[in-house]
Design a protein around this ligand. Structure first.
Ligand code: CA
Ligand code: CA
Length: 473
């Protein structure tokens, strides 16, 4: 899926320095500084040398420092350890301390209510929502959904799962919908927060609507783009010159610019926003250019500089890394399977009691680099029972990448067969004598549609043991 959204990206906030408001003594210094900057920047053509020639800061960068072939380094872009969840929350609080939930300022409420929305609104620092399970796949390490997560927690967890810098996600949130600083966000700023599958000129794809799905899908997409050379022949290529369009409106005949894309991060930014800022757009860091100017990638670079500093800074690894998944790694339960996978509990339920690993794996799709085994109390076992663990390894690694706790349907006591002992276990549970928990409780829920374990499950077990039915499934 290619992204064409977000190319207009919205102008970043205007922070132009008004020269005549600066005291004269500083004016002179600033003029000298600007002269030096212009001179040094003009003297070097290679971005790497240029950045070593003088100290770049958010205050000293100029449009000449923008290298369209290397907007941000791979090290920074994929540095998923750059911020903790608490640091992200603090950052959001600092960037958005003046929320206007009732739209009391600037007559915001009237058009909002007229459009059919209801007050109050929630600004990003206070946003909470449900997250959903996402499977482990070739790009991200899955997601365990929770009933209530803050925006900061979602950004942190998605960043770690997909190994994308949470700072990149924050900058994208700002660049696409201005959500980070918005004091009165409209619903679309959340539903299309990352501009993912939400073209500016067309309705959003509902499957990706909502803050969590937007952050998840966009972060995952940046991992997808890392593999782009394999499946999108002829598009943007790393280590080559690429002809990148200047403006999405073909009728403007703005043409293309030749850009040597130096790294995967920059390649990914162009897949997401496939336009390069033209010379007019790069005469200024925050203002308008001309009719062929598109600002998305310029704004990404400028916002990153202002919020997080140099997008080419050396990366120090500060926290325990999540397992690094080789590209292409993939573990997924078939949607047609009679088994059920609960990623939050890491439980594979409704497994046939006594099933072999081969039988279970008929419904599980894994990549070639995955090795699987089934254990109980650390010993490899041949047949599944409630309490068995299916362990998935990256071949050659010692620690399992993913473990699934097996709940075998009807095998309440965990001996691998369904018999009268399981019936007794359900009866003792219902009597309160020996309550069941975890996989054992799930194994007793042989009639899942009626909610928990109750008399209906007991009756069904009796029917099975009496031969009235032949299969619990
Ligand atoms: Ca049993
Ligand atoms: Ca039940």
């Amino acid at each position: 899926m290619l992204m064409f959204s977000g190319y207009t990206g919205g102008m970043i906030s205007k922070t132009k320095i008004r020269f005549n408001k600066i005291p004269p003594v500083y004016r002179a210094a600033l003029a000298v500084a600007l002269f030096l900057v212009a001179g040094v920047a003009g003297a070097f053509l290679v971005a790497g040398e240029r950045s070593e020639a003088r100290e770049l800061t958010a205050a000293t960068i100029t449009p000449a420092d923008f290298n369209p072939g290397n907007i941000i380094s791979d090290d920074v872009f994929y540095n998923y350890n750059s911020m903790t969840a608490a640091e992200i929350q603090t950052f959001l609080n600092e960037r958005n301390s003046n929320c206007d939930p009732w739209g009391l300022r600037n007559n915001r409420a009237a058009p909002f209510l007229a459009a059919g929305h209801t007050l109050p609104v929630t600004c990003l620092p206070d946003f909470q929502g449900r997250t959903v399970d996402r499977p482990v796949d070739a790009y991200c390490n899955g997601y365990v959904g929770r009933p209530n997560e803050t925006a900061a927690e979602m950004i942190y967890n998605v960043a770690r799962s997909c190994r994308v810098n949470p700072q990149v996600l924050l900058v994208k949130l700002q660049k696409e919908q201005g959500l980070v600083t918005s004091q009165f966000p409209w619903p679309r700023q959340y539903s299309a927060a990352m501009g993912f599958a939400c073209p500016d000129d067309a309705p959003c794809n509902e499957a990706f609507a909502g803050f969590f799905m937007q952050v998840w899908a966009a972060a995952r997409q940046f991992r997808v783009y890392r593999q782009a050379d394999r499946f999108i022949n002829g598009w943007f290529r790393v280590g080559q010159y690429n002809n990148i369009g200047l403006h999405p409106d073909a009728s403007r005949n703005c043409g293309t610019q030749r850009v040597f894309i130096e790294n995967q991060a920059t390649q990914g930014l162009y897949y997401y926003t496939p336009f390069v800022p033209n010379a007019a757009a790069l005469r200024t860091l925050s203002g308008s250019g001309d009719r062929c100017s598109v600002y998305g990638n310029r704004n990404f670079w400028v916002i990153f500089w202002r919020w997080f500093g140099n997008p080419h800074a050396p990366v120090a690894d500060r926290t325990t890394p999540v397992p690094d998944l080789p590209e292409g790694t993939h573990i997924e339960l078939s949607g047609a399977s009679l088994m059920r996978l609960d990623l939050r509990a890491q439980m594979l339920s409704r497994v046939a009691a006594g099933a072999t690993l081969d039988q279970i794996m008929q419904d599980v799709s894994v990549s070639d680099n995955i090795t699987v085994r089934m254990t109980e109390n650390g010993q490899v076992v041949e047949r599944a029972a409630t309490g068995t663990i299916v362990e998935f390894f990256i071949t050659g690694r010692d620690a399992p990448l993913v473990t699934w706790n097996v709940s075998a349907l009807g095998d309440v006591n965990g001996d691998g067969v369904v018999d009268v002992a399981d019936l007794v276990a359900i009866r003792l549970h219902l009597a309160g004598t020996r309550p069941l928990t975890g996989e054992h409780l799930t194994a007793a829920n042989v009639l899942p549609d009626n909610g928990g374990v109750d008399i209906g499950d007991l009756i069904r077990m009796r029917q099975l043991l009496a031969g009235t039915i032949t299969n619990l499934r």
